[in-house]
Design a protein around this ligand. Structure first.
Ligand SMILES: Cc1cc2nc3c(=O)[nH]c(=O)nc-3n(C[C@H](O)[C@H](O)[C@H](O)COP(=O)(O)O)c2cc1C
Length: 188
């Protein structure tokens, strides 16, 4: 480590930086546990069957035009289905949805029966919309960029459904589900 003022005088050349090894996967995972993320279910459909997964790698991209992005692992069945149909929903979960997050994350009981009847609707594209999500975005995938193990899906937002109530959001941090706590209060 070097103080910022001292480092300015001895900046390493970019080529040398590029050649240097990057962070090993174990260290990457451990460090990224500190990045608290809002938990979503990213869904899609091929017209016959909905599919979806739990995701935290979701973010707003631009308001004009309305775009968001989601990073989806190339190995999963959801990636193939989104890449084929180009339809994608992003459902932002509330604290009481932690059971859904577990199941769509590939763990827990009932992983086979993901889309319980009566809990899901469609809006514009036919992608699955969770009836009581904090907010759901219904998108057409505008662009898809494959980068290493994941694809960055850029969704053109066609419609949105906002829950009228105010529920605590479901967050994932330090390897567990949690929520927001007013300043000064500690996490449970
Ligand atoms: C809290 C949490 C966050 C996750 N975030 C992502 C994500 O952003 N992108 C992704 O591709 N997978 C993510 N996953 C992993 C997928 O949810 C999981 O691998 C899923 O079973 C893949 O389903 P599929 O095979 O139908 O695609 C996350 C899992 C959990 C539990």
């Amino acid at each position: 480590m070097m103080a910022l003022e001292a480092a300015a005088a001895a900046l390493p050349p970019l080529q040398a930086l590029r050649r240097a090894a990057c962070l090993p996967p174990g260290d990457f995972r451990m460090a990224m546990r500190r990045l608290a993320g809002a938990v979503c279910i990213v869904g899609t459909t091929d017209g016959q069957r909905p599919t979806g997964l739990t995701a935290t790698a979701v973010t707003a991209l631009s308001a004009e035009p309305a775009r968001l992005l989601a990073c989806i692992n190339l190995k999963g069945s959801t990636f193939r289905s989104i890449a084929d149909s180009r339809r994608m929903s992003v459902n932002l979960l509330a604290l009481h949805h932690s059971d859904l997050a577990t199941r769509f994350g590939g763990a827990g009981p009932g992983a086979g029966e993901l889309f319980e009847p009566g809990r899901w609707d469609t809006l514009t594209t036919g992608a699955p919309i969770l009836r009581d999500a904090l907010v759901s975005f219904d998108c057409v995938v505008d662009e898809m960029m494959v980068a290493h193990s994941h694809a960055v899906m850029i969704g053109e937002i066609k419609s949105v459904q906002m829950h009228p109530g105010r529920h605590a959001p479901l967050l994932y941090a330090d390897g567990r589900y949690t929520t927001l706590h007013p300043q000064g209060e500690t996490t449970p």
